[in-house]
Design a protein. Sequence first.
Length: 168
Amino acid sequence: MKRAFYIGRFQPYHNGHQSVMERIAPLVDEIVIGVGSAQLSHEVNNPFTAGERLMMIAAALREIGVSYHAVPIEDLRRNALWVSHVYSMTPYFDVVYSNNPLVIRLFSESGKKVQTLPMYRRETLSGTEVRRRMLAGEDWRSLVPDPVAAVIDEIGGAERLRAISSSD
Ligand SMILES: Nc1ncnc2c1ncn2[C@@H]1O[C@H](COP(=O)(O)OP(=O)(O)OP(=O)(O)O)[C@@H](O)[C@H]1O
Ligand SMILES: NC(=O)c1ccc[n+]([C@@H]2O[C@H](COP(=O)(O)O)[C@@H](O)[C@H]2O)c1
């Protein structure tokens, strides 16, 4: 059984994340997905709860049909202990896929195999751009899988983000 680990904040889950999942899925038996900064929500840069992000991931991955475990992971103030913290919360995995320099450094130093993947249409596919468009009232739905847009609509995500932003 080969498992890959992929962590992100998924604020929200977008088509860049989906392209990463599609590329990893054929290479492994299961994907272990870390929902990072799980303690954060209701902030302009982190509007969604860990539970809401789990709903987005479930909706998106139903389309791919990959086996996965999604695990919320809260941040820890000590980077040197973070990899052990992740291990304590996740099923065993063989390889990490990430483009985050700190994540790459911490897992590499622990001896774990780390792979990077090329960014996919990064000029538009970022959580930052999806949130910017939600705030500006521009089209954000085309940047996320349709089932994720449905989840965000169901929880009133764009309205929440605008309300949080205007009370800042
Ligand atoms: N367009 C993309 N193509 C490939 N990988 C991506 C893309 N966008 C993000 N990633 C990668 O997915 C992982 C999780 O990213 P994250 O959830 O922080 O998304 P983000 O779009 O970078 O978010 P934000 O803009 O909110 O900081 C990281 O390793 C990140 O580099
Ligand atoms: N010390 C820590 O808590 C620590 C270290 C490295 C990464 N992380 C988390 O891992 C996730 C990485 O995801 P991104 O690639 O989306 O930034 C983030 O949620 C980040 O906060 C946490």
